[in-house]
Design a protein around this ligand. Sequence first.
Ligand SMILES: Nc1ncnc2c1ncn2[C@@H]1O[C@H](COP(=O)(O)OP(=O)(O)OP(=O)(O)O)[C@@H](O)[C@H]1O
Length: 318
Amino acid sequence: MVSRPIIELDDVSKKYDEQYAVDHLTLSVKKGEIFGLLGPNGAGKTTTILMLLGLSEPTSGKVRVSGIDSTRNPIEVKRKVGYLPDDLGFYQHMTGYENLMYTAELNGIPTKVAKERATELLKKVNLLDSANKKTGKYSRGMRQRLGLADVLMKNPEVIILDEPTLGIDPEGVREFLQLIRQLNQEEHITVLLSSHHLHQVQQICDRVGIFVKGKLIAEGNMESLGKQLFLEDTYHIHVSASPLSDDLLQKLKAIPNVNKVEIERSTVNLYCQEDVSATISKVIVESGSSLYGIQKKNYGLDEIYHRYFEGREADGRK
Ligand SMILES: Nc1ncnc2c1ncn2[C@@H]1O[C@H](COP(=O)(O)OP(=O)(O)OP(=O)(O)O)[C@@H](O)[C@H]1O
């Protein structure tokens, strides 16, 4: 039997003052997946998360978590989902352990169970040594790890993390991401992570959705994303040859998977969707020209992502 997705957004929109913050979004996340919501500031990530949690009502469309309608049954959804906002406030005069116990009390978890769970989770997030230290003295990275332990106290099926690594140093980020991966594997928790850092999302997410101005412009695993975003020039091949006759240029343009050919003095730049450098060399030599050099560059998703946001307006193209 094919299991139902644990997170389902079906043609969901949210408008503020006639402006779409989320624009007809359809997305599903399977149980056990780590899904990354990737996009620049203002793309609509937080708005999407708030609708999933039932804290904001969609203008249209359906939102379900674990089969529960988030808009109609926000309290039931809250029981199943652990939410870590970008900066979770703790009671600073209380220790890490006391904060977790307080969360347990608010969620009606019996004290004996809560004590064991808090200790186990503090160990998991590597805070056992600081369990009795006041959270006012915790670093930002420690607070985020405590935040993770906090959302896990109620044994959620899904955890939603909104920009969880903001303000943490690189080593802390690495540890935090590893921890999420470990929790996902050991406790089979589904994770939805929002971020505007591609390289972080790339490290741990099984699938990623790229948001721009409320629209999902691409979705998939890392390999397929590059192709969806920049199909025509994933490979950039730089050729130095002479002479560069019109006939040769026509032949280069006619090679399958070559999308664009630009001449720059005695060199040619070819933008291709596959690595066709061997064919290019062959065409040049067979045409009687001399080939002096050929270099190729395969744009990683990181560069593609940056070029996309620097150079283009979102126009909803896939
Ligand atoms: N309560 C609100 N009232 C009016 N407009 C809002 C409200 N909340 C969000 N918006 C607008 O909706 C759009 C999406 O915002 P959202 O916070 O969801 O983006 P985001 O991707 O989470 O960005 P960030 O990373 O900056 O939080 C933005 O243009 C924002 O100004």
